[in-house]
Write a protein that binds this ligand. Structure first.
Ligand code: BDR
Ligand code: CA
Length: 317
């Protein structure tokens, strides 16, 4: 049974991923760490606490980074047109909002303490900026030896980005952090736009799920603005980026991966681009030398992934 720390910036598709992890019978959710990204850190943390209350999740929530790993970087703009000003599709949150208490530690410390409490057993699934993971690595250089594996949603290898033609949002939002995480000696699998743009839930499927009421109805309501935003590119469906990454943790057989050393472009017009040097391919000396070989997903069985997501969300997983 995977013991999971979920690092997230809720976020509409983050909310679905959180519910998926909570409902999957084989996942033990050890905790949630928040990061800025889809909204400011105060908002993503409030949303994580709200979703825990709404979904009946009693795992601890620790607030993570509110600024980039290199604090000199400008934070960028929140994607309000996609996730709403409140990060949850601008639905009205119940007032007054009664929230669970926050864990007193910051996100990076929560990751370190939790990994050290279960050495070799913890899987980290990170679906926002990689800032908390980078801070944890900086604070505890032994961490890579103690973590079982890391799955991240981010990057684009053989396809274009979604915030620039070169870059995907989670990597573009903190490229130095992502470069550190991909270059650390822990096993990383990157689930990027190459595969997550293929995993789509139609508005009709979501409406069908919502008939189950409760958490599913909430998921449906928060997702409408997100679906509207993408309508010109993906008619009447939502990309389930973050849930796709969670599926990889449980069913890696549904993905095709390539191995290689990955670097992140940290400046210029291609800032945030993820570039993989295939393992074993000879090149003259380059910035990829000495970087650990990791895995990036470049193929997926989208029907099987979406079937599993539907089964788990509707309690038949
Ligand atoms: C990623 O960016 C965020 O908006 C989503 O939650 C997802 O993690 C997709 O590029
Ligand atoms: Ca996210």
């Amino acid at each position: 049974m995977p013991k999971v720390i979920f690092d997230t910036d809720p976020g509409v598709d983050d909310a679905m991923a959180l519910l998926f992890l909570h409902l999957h019978p084989e996942v033990e959710l050890l905790g949630i760490t928040t990061v800025f990204g889809n909204a400011a850190i105060e908002t993503t943390t409030r949303n994580a606490l709200f979703l825990c209350a709404a979904f009946g999740i009693d795992a601890p929530v620790a607030q993570g980074a509110g600024v980039t790993f290199d604090p000199a970087r400008a934070p960028g703009q929140w994607p309000e047109a996609i996730h709403g000003r409140n990060g949850l599709g601008d639905i009205a949150l119940p007032e007054p909002l009664t929230l669970p208490a926050l864990d007193p530690r910051d996100g990076a410390q929560f990751i370190i303490d939790t990994v050290r409490a279960h050495p070799g057993d913890v899987s980290i699934v990170a679906v926002g900026r990689m800032t908390n993971l980078a801070l944890a690595l900086q604070r505890d250089p032994q961490l890579p030896e103690l973590v079982k594996d890391v799955t991240i949603m981010g990057g684009a290898f053989c396809v274009q980005g979604n915030v620039t033609p070169a870059a995907e949002a989670n990597i573009h939002g903190d490229p130095e952090a992502a470069d550190l995480v991909l270059g650390a000696a822990w096993p990383v699998t990157v689930i990027g736009l190459d595969v997550t743009t293929q995993t789509q839930m139609s508005r009709a499927e979501l409406a069908q799920l919502a008939q189950g009421g409760g958490s599913l109805a909430l998921l449906h309501d928060i997702s409408q603005k997100y679906i509207d935003f993408y309508d010109r590119i993906i008619p009447d469906a939502m990309l389930v980026h973050d849930t796709c990454a969670c599926v990889h943790l449980l069913r890696p057989d549904l993905f095709r991966t390539v191995e290689g050393q990955m670097r992140v472009v940290c400046g210029g017009i291609a800032e945030g681009q993820t570039i993989l040097k295939p393992a074993g391919r000879p090149f003259p000396p380059s910035p990829w030398d000495g970087v650990p070989v990791q895995r990036a997903a470049i193929g997926v069985a989208p029907e099987a992934v979406m079937h599993l997501i539907g089964q788990v969300l509707s309690g038949r997983g």
